[in-house]
Design a protein around this ligand. Structure first.
Ligand code: ZN
Length: 472
């Protein structure tokens, strides 16, 4: 999921209007711009041969949830390799990286032992361990904004099921020494000896969501419950009734560390094959549903970009590379591994594009606050009629695989999308299913992504971000 770190500001609309007026009707591509004929060929190919809905059904309904390390993700990776090969991709292969022990979900349950004694819907947070025995304990509500506040609560937390409404986050000073902060945090958790910790889902409508990964600070007996059930527990506490709960956790780790994989597929360029545009999306998902909006749609879009560009036979100067990452949900593990494994090629990456904000229409891209990238995106937007509508936004986004590339100074862009019901309902939730995907938006997004990718493949080289270290 892509997050903005700055408010979105609009700029450049006047420039788009002027540039569009002076563009020759049938510009040829010797200046790096797509001709109108080439644009039309690409659009016609997407409208003619679009495989996205079928691919999404095969991926989500046929294979299902794709937790990193699961056999379903491996099945999905083999499926993608076959598809990309059938679309004419070259050099289709997997790249392995070490990811630590695989986590497997087991049976979990929760219920109130007093008050109305109802069942509480709970999902175990991923990448956490489980007590073998059933936990029966009182519930206490915790709001601790700082480590000092957390530490002062230790005497009340021992042996309790802790409903964690607020937990500390590092301040500017503490962020300068993350190792020390992690150590201090861990020592409080160890001393507190909490029986279990319950987090509250961020989705509406009693839906549970999921998160977790190797870096999480709470690692044992951690559950996620709905907003409504968290409200029930708080109402009981507020009128002097201490909730008593019974919990069971069943998640566990495999005994040994395993490998995870990224899928790579190329369309070689004719003039500068060593330079490339990467369309990179994560193929892994959380496991409460089937990962349709996060990020099945990204996978079928990236595959459609490759298929349509290959089938339209528009000549490429640079190479197109599609990368299907894994481990994104556990902390961008796959894209970090890719960047580490391809150090010597990073300076040759013209741009990296991702789409990872649900199933809504693409409406723009942040410029990552690099003026040269803003200008390049504006020039492309101005020269391709279907891209005129894009907002090139002043801002930096992070939180998806483009971040791993941007940290090396590589031009890396994540699509801004209309939110639809992503943040309210589908993101990481029990209803992240195909029901929440509109085929017409997939088609729209495929045209936008293919035209932008094709333009970047042939445009003048974008510089490495000047304020960041050059890749070595
Ligand atoms: Zn995602």
């Amino acid at each position: 999921m892509t997050l903005f770190s700055l408010p979105r500001l609009r700029r450049g609309l006047v420039w788009i209007a002027v540039a569009a007026c002076v563009m020759p009707a049938f510009a040829q591509n010797n200046d790096g711009k797509l001709s109108l004929v080439q644009q039309q060929k690409l659009i016609a190919e997407i409208e003619r041969g679009d495989m996205m809905v079928r691919n999404l059904e095969e991926l989500c309904d046929g294979i299902g949830a794709r937790l990193t390390g699961s056999k379903e993700l491996r099945q999905a990776q083999h499926w993608a390799i076959d598809k990309l090969t059938s679309y004419g991709a070259k050099n289709v292969h997997e790249e392995a990286y070490k990811m630590g022990p695989t986590w497997m979900r087991g049976q979990s349950s929760a219920r109130l032992l007093n008050a109305n004694r109802q069942t509480i819907a709970m999902a175990q947070r991923a990448w956490t361990t489980s007590s073998k025995h059933t936990i029966r304990a009182e519930v206490i509500v915790l709001k601790a904004r700082t480590l000092d506040e957390f530490r002062s609560e230790i005497p009340k937390l021992k042996g309790k099921i802790v409903l964690a409404l607020t937990l500390p986050s590092a301040n500017a000073e503490q962020r300068k020494n993350p190792e020390q902060y992690a150590k201090d945090y861990a020592s409080i958790v160890q001393e507190a000896k909490m029986a279990a910790v319950l987090f509250v889902s961020e989705r509406q409508g009693s839906l549970l969501d999921m998160n977790g990964g190797p870096q999480a600070r709470l690692k044992h007996n951690v559950g996620i419950i709905s907003k409504e059930h968290a409200n029930l527990l708080q109402r009981l506490v507020a009128r002097g009734v201490t909730p008593q709960m019974e919990l069971q956790f069943g998640g566990k780790f495999a005994a040994q560390a395993s490998l995870a994989y990224n899928v790579v597929a190329d369309l070689p360029g004719a003039e500068m094959p060593e330079e490339m545009v990467i369309v990179g999306v994560h193929q892994d998902s959380w496991d409460l549903a089937t990962g349709a909006t996060d990020n099945g749609v990204g996978v079928v879009l990236a595959m459609e970009v490759l298929r349509s560009i290959q089938a339209s036979k528009v000549p490429l100067k640079r190479s197109l590379r599609v990368v299907l990452f894994s481990g994104e949900e556990q902390g961008l593990l796959g894209s970090k591994a890719y960047v580490a494994q391809h150090q010597s090629e990073l300076a040759k990456i013209q741009a990296m594009i991702t789409v990872d904000s649900g199933a809504g229409r693409i409406i723009g891209f942040p410029d990552m606050q690099v003026d040269a990238w803003y200008t390049a995106l504006q020039e492309i937007s101005a020269s391709v009629p279907l891209l005129h509508q894009l907002d090139i936004v002043y801002g930096i986004s992070n939180g998806s695989d483009h971040q791993s590339f941007f940290e090396k100074g590589i031009p890396a862009f994540s699509a801004i999308q209309e939110p639809m019901d992503y943040l309210s309902h589908t993101w990481h939730s029990e209803v992240d299913t195909i029901d929440h995907v509109k085929p017409e938006y997939l088609l729209h997004n495929a045209k936008i992504l293919s035209l932008l990718t094709m333009s970047l493949l042939n445009a003048p080289k974008l510089p490495i971000a000047p304020h960041r270290a050059a890749p070595n």
